[in-house]
Structure formats: structure tokens, C-alpha cells
Design a protein around this ligand. Structure first.
Ligand SMILES: Cc1ncc(COP(=O)(O)O)c(C=O)c1O
Length: 363
């Protein structure tokens, strides 16, 4: 069995014990709350890990991009949710081709987008299941809660569409310094999406699925009356941001980057062969603090250029040229998108290589 010492660096390592524990823990949390789990696969983009989630009890997967859904459909996943507003006719046609092969649902948050999907559904002679996205405080996409019933009713009336679901993502939790605020986000996401479902039902729209989902809020559970589904994504790997938010401990983070020290200038600076090409440029949230932590130390990556990771060496830490270190990334999902493969390891042993089949799927 090859060892991580045989790998060229930089290389992305996935601690399989931690990954498996993370998958099982979230599946148990969903089961205990009596909600279906539909993990967001944007975090790993790896079909084998998707199957691990399915074996642990997931009902299907969520994805952001049409092309990601195409990859997972090719790998045999039977039930997919594209949790992203699709507004172009060509993508809508691709989704309709996909819906011949899998049980598909697509997110909508506007009449204009829904009309594009409806036209494609009619062209293809199918009915497309859609889910209305409601903004529960992140203010990215999603209809204002006060407009959920009016927009949803108009979407539901479109020929070719079947609106049976509402969903939300409480991404604002990533910007909270106080766990109490994350707990409130957890309550708000449920309250707002459940209210939208009730309002739509009263208006005659038969909403069946009421879906929440973010890893920081999932720490406070899914047991809210009326919620039927959860879509956390990052929980499979976790990362420095999640540890900082209090979602997990450092010991639960499954992803690290194996890197080599390529230069040391003075006692306070070392340079790794892992820059933004390897780690991406995502800042730590909620408070910026470098680009990654050197595992087993308090030293951080203070700056990245494309090929260089600059370590601000803390007093007491010593790095030598040629030495290998592991970096805990700020944000695991964006790292996945930069690598063709990641290495599944137990200790120093490489047990498997995962092809990141849906990486680079931008459309
Ligand atoms: C719509 C939607 N659902 C679910 C998720 C999963 O959130 P997290 O990665 O915090 O678990 C995301 C993440 O961006 C998302 O955009």
C-alpha cells in the first residue's frame, strides 16, 4: 500500500476515518430528527463519497450546477436536486434531458427563471419538479419571504412545472461570531421556510418537501415542526472555518493539504509549494485570519500567490527547507474544485484515490 511519503506535493489528503465518521454523524442527526438527508455534493464532487452518503441513508444529492448534476447522473445517482436558479434556455433543455434519466428537481426564485424552465419542460413533453427558494436571511438568492406565496402561486400555475417543494440556505451563519446567532439562524431558516410552505398550501399549492441546509446551522439539529429535508454539504470534510465557527473540532476535519517547505528566509517566514492554485483565496470567516493553518502548530498562511504559500512563522515554530507539512484549509469546497484527485488516507497509508469527477463544472 503506497504511503503519503511517496506523493508529489501539493496533494489533497482525505482522512477516511474522519470522513466516514462525519458522514455517519450527519446521517444520524437527520434520522433522529425524522428528516430526509439530501447532502450538497458541491463540497466533495466525488461520486464514491456521494455513494457513501447514500449508503448512510441519504435520499439523493443536491448540486449547484447543471454540469455537476450531469456528472452525478452519469455515475448512476437516481435522485438529484439542482439547488440553483437556472435561467437560460440551453441549460433548461439540458435539465430536461437529464430528467428523462433521473428523478430531478430544480430550484427557482423568479417568475422569469420559472418561465424558462416551463418552456423547456413543454418543449420536451415532460413535467419538471421545481422548488421555490426562499431567502431566510442570507440575502443571496431566494424570494423575500413576504413574496413566497405570490411568486410560488404564479410558478405553480405555469404549464410544465410542478411546484411541490420549498428550500432555503442559511449561509449568513458563516458570518456569525457568536454561536447563539447561529442557533437563531437555525430557528429562522426553519421558521421562514415552514411559513412559506404553509402559505402556499393555503393557496392550494401542494408543498410536500420543506428543505433547510447549511453545515453551521445543522449543529443545532433539524427537529423543527414542518421541516422534512436537510441539505448540509461541508460536513463531509469540515475545515478551518467550521472549526472557528464551533461547528466541529480540528480533529474532525477530514481534508488537509500535504505541502513542502520550499524556502525559509529568517525565523519568521517560510514558503510552501501551495498557493492559491492549491488552496483558493477564500478568507477565514467570520473574521479574516490568513489562508490556512499548519496542522500541529499555530503558524498560519498569511499570504498566497499562485504558487507560493507564505507562512507567518509563530515564535517557537521552526520550518526547514524540504520538510513536509499539512495545511488545514479555510474552505474545503473550493479546494475540491481545484484538484483532479484527492487521496483517501488512514494515517500515512493511501487507501484509495478519489477522482473529483465533478470538479471544474462551472456551467
Ligand atoms: C443552496 C444550498 N444548499 C445547501 C448548501 C450546503 O451548505 P453547507 O456547505 O454550509 O453545508 C449550500 C452551500 O452553499 C447551498 O448553497
Amino acid at each position: 500500500m503506497p504511503s503519503i511519503h511517496d506523493l508529489e506535493t501539493p496533494a489533497v489528503l482525505i482522512d477516511l476515518d474522519r470522513l466516514e465518521a462525519n458522514v455517519v454523524r450527519m446521517a444520524a442527526r437527520a434520522r433522529e430528527a425524522g428528516v430526509a438527508l439530501r447532502p450538497h455534493a458541491k463540497t466533495h464532487k466525488v461520486p464514491e463519497i456521494g455513494w457513501m452518503q447514500m449508503r448512510a441513508g441519504a435520499v439523493g444529492l443536491s448540486l449547484a450546477k447543471t454540469s455537476e448534476a450531469e456528472v452525478f447522473a452519469r455515475h448512476g445517482f437516481p435522485d438529484l436536486f439542482v439547488a440553483y436558479p437556472v435561467v437560460s434556455p440551453s441549460k433548461a433543455d439540458r435539465l430536461m434531458a437529464l430528467s428523462r434519466r433521473v428523478r430531478l428537481c430544480v430550484g427557482v426564485d423568479s417568475i422569469e427563471g420559472a418561465e424558462v424552465l416551463a418552456a423547456a419542460a413543454v418543449r420536451s413533453g415532460q413535467t419538471l419538479r421545481v422548488s421555490l427558494k426562499v431567502d431566510s436571511g442570507f440575502h443571496r438568492v431566494g424570494v423575500d419571504p413576504k413574496d413566497a406565496v405570490s411568486v410560488g402561486s404564479r410558478v405553480a400555475a405555469l404549464k410544465g412545472l410542478s411546484l411541490t417543494s420549498v428550500f432555503t440556505h442559511a449561509g449568513q451563519a458563516y458570518h456569525r461570531a457568536d454561536p447563539k446567532d447561529i442557533e437563531r439562524d437555525n430557528e429562522d431558516e426553519a421558521k421562514i421556510v415552514v411559513a412559506a410552505a404553509l402559505g402556499l398550501r393555503q393557496a392550494g399549492v401542494p408543498i410536500e418537501t420543506v428543505s433547510v441546509g447549511s453545515t453551521p446551522t445543522s449543529r443545532f439539529g433539524f427537529a423543527h415542526k414542518g421541516v422534512t429535508e436537510a441539505r448540509p454539504g461541508n460536513y463531509v470534510y469540515l475545515d478551518r472555518t467550521q472549526a472557528g465557527l464551533g461547528t466541529c473540532s480540528f480533529d474532525e476535519c477530514a481534508m488537509s493539504i500535504l505541502a513542502t517547505v520550499v524556502s525559509v528566509s529568517g525565523s519568521d517566514r517560510a514558503v510552501l509549494d501551495s498557493g492559491s492554485k492549491t488552496l483558493a483565496l477564500d478568507m477565514l470567516r467570520p473574521k479574516p485570519d490568513g489562508y490556512g493553518l499548519i496542522v500541529g502548530s499555530t503558524s498560519r498562511l498569511s499570504a498566497l500567490s499562485e504558487e507560493h504559500g507564505i507562512v507567518a512563522v509563530d515564535p517557537g515554530d521552526v520550518f526547514k527547507v524540504g520538510e513536509r507539512v499539512r495545511v488545514l484549509p479555510n474552505h474545503a469546497c473550493v479546494v475540491s474544485n481545484l484538484h483532479d484527485r484527492v487521496y483517501g488516507v488512514r494515517g500515512d497509508r493511501i487507501e484509495t484515490v478519489f477522482e473529483v469527477a465533478a470538479r471544474g463544472c462551472v456551467d
